[in-house]
Design a protein around this ligand. Structure first.
Ligand code: G3H
Ligand code: 13P
Ligand code: ZN
Length: 311
């Protein structure tokens, strides 16, 4: 069924498990993710960035938002797992309105680059509009950036616990993304993966909200290796290891944003298949191995986060 993201995440927060939110740009990723979630009987959050919406709508956000709602809502209403559709990193007012109007389950307003008061003001405005339309809201505090060993730098980029409390109370956001040391993409850490668990625990304590971890891909080496065997070059890539993810879930993370892992698995499968079959030109055939790898990553992730059979 097509549901509110808040329903999925409130349950996850009560039960202390994580639900992956998977980014998509097209139908093939959606199908592969859905296959994995159905097999695991897991609740599912699909999310699209502003870039994905512009891409799908051929530069018109209203067309793009409707495109994704039409593709996902109908499918969701024919299967037995809860599925929500979320706007990831909403920042452009038109795109946020397009998502709300088209029927997204939830939107993120990402004003984390603004100073605290301004972030709060913008977020509060979006919450008022979104809630009036029955759409739940995510917002973020802090910068998505690695912290390494520099305590002073960490203080500047990571979420501040007192601000997190005031922000959640004032804005009435439904779920909250605290920056605790992760970053987007395939190159997250130079040395060991280091996240600020203490900060995370305190944010959970003072906000009581379902919490979101951005930049949460693990950069699964199995797929990096396959991709590189067939010509890719992802030298130095490094993600958030599975045991670290489990720890963050134990300390209160409930929505685990995942894009890079799917992209790497897909390109690994695609490269591998094409290298072995020079005659194939039917996309339904040459994309299948790529989709199978995406599906496998999805199922592994569901197991790591503990959302199997939570429907
Ligand atoms: O948060 C960013 C996601 O990984 C998607 O980014 O669609 O803008 O490449 P993109
Ligand atoms: P990754 O790049 O680690 O997959 O993070 C995705 C994300 O945070 C989307 O909002
Ligand atoms: Zn993100």
């Amino acid at each position: 069924a097509y549901v509110d993201t808040k329903d999925i995440l409130d349950k996850a927060s009560e039960g202390y498990y994580g639900v992956a939110a998977f980014n998509i740009n097209n139908m093939e990723f959606f199908h592969a993710i859905l296959e994995g979630a159905l097999e695991k009987k897991s609740p599912l959050i699909i999310e699209t960035s502003e870039g994905a919406i512009k891409y799908a709508g051929m530069n018109d956000p209203y067309r793009g938002a409707r495109f994704f709602v039409n593709m996902i809502k109908d499918m969701a209403n024919t299967v037995d797992i809860p599925i929500a559709l979320h706007l990831d990193h909403g920042n452009n007012f038109d795109i946020i309105m397009a998502a709300i109007k088209a029927g997204y389950s939830s939107v993120m307003i990402d004003a984390s680059h603004e100073v605290f008061e301004e972030n709060m003001r913008i977020t509060k405005d979006i919450v008022r509009i979104a809630h009036a339309a029955g759409v739940s809201v995510e917002a973020e505090l802090g910068q998505l950036s690695g912290i390494e060993d520099n305590v002073e730098a960490a203080e500047n980029v990571l979420v501040n616990v007192d601000e997190a409390k005031e922000f959640c109370e004032t804005t009435e956001v439904d779920f909250f993304a605290p920056a605790i040391g992760t970053s987007h993409g395939a190159f997250k850490f130079k040395g060991e993966a280091k996240l600020d668990y203490d900060r995370l625990k305190k944010v959970k304590e003072v906000t009581g909200k379902p919490l979101v971890l951005h930049g949460a891909s693990s950069v699964v080496q199995e797929y990096v290796k396959i991709a590189e065997e067939y010509g890719a070059d992802f030298g130095g890539s490094k993600g958030v290891p599975a045991d670290v993810l489990k720890q963050t879930v134990e300390y209160g993370i409930n929505k685990v944003n995942t894009d890079t892992d799917l992209r790497i698995a897909y390109v690994a499968g695609l490269r591998e298949f094409l290298a072995h079959d020079a005659k194939q030109f039917d996309p339904r055939k040459y994309q299948r191995k790529a989709m199978d790898y995406v599906k496998k990553v999805v199922m592994e992730r569901i197991d790591i986060l503990g959302s199997a059979n939570k429907i």
